[in-house]
Design a protein around this ligand. Structure first.
Ligand code: DQA
Length: 145
């Protein structure tokens, strides 16, 4: 099983940005965490981060026929991007949404998730652990559990 993990804008600044919300660990730490969570689950993973909406849309489109599922943290595009929602719907791969912070307890503009409307599950406010949970959930889903 081959999965794609997509991370949106400003997640490359983990460990620098708003540490009280996103923590001290860096994006490289997150990538290493995701790699080891996938390895533990026996899955092949590719990780991609972009600050550009179109680049994320392109990656979703290119996932068709290559990956079995997608884990996505669209970051701020969560709350704005119908293009990412449409791309997820278009490829129709099982997708799981992750947010490091608990967006349900933050500003009103973070209360809508467009991407989430095309996802089978969301893991919110669990920090890095949310990615491990998303990978395990996707694996279970792909195995028909
Ligand atoms: C985020 C939450 C978003 O609202 C925010 O714009 C982000 C990160 C999270 O992981 O908690 O950049 O997706």
């Amino acid at each position: 099983m081959n999965i794609l993990v997509l991370n949106g804008p400003n997640l490359n600044l983990l460990g620098v940005r708003e540490k009280g919300i996103y923590g001290e660990r860096s994006y490289d730490d997150l990538a290493a965490f995701i790699q080891s969570a996938a390895a533990e689950a026996g899955l092949q993973v590719d990780i991609f981060q972009s600050n550009h909406e179109g680049a994320l849309v392109d990656k979703i489109q290119q996932a068709l026929g290559v990956y079995d599922g997608i884990v996505i943290n669209p970051a701020a595009y969560t709350h704005t991007s119908i293009a990412i929602l449409d791309a997820l719907k278009a490829v129709n791969l099982p997708a799981v949404e992750v947010h490091l912070s608990d967006v349900t307890r933050r500003e009103p503009f973070r209360q809508v998730s467009y991407a989430g409307m095309a996802c089978i599950k969301s893991f919110i406010g669990m920090g890095f652990e949310g990615y491990r949970q998303a990978i395990l959930f996707l694996k279970g889903h792909l195995q028909g559990r």
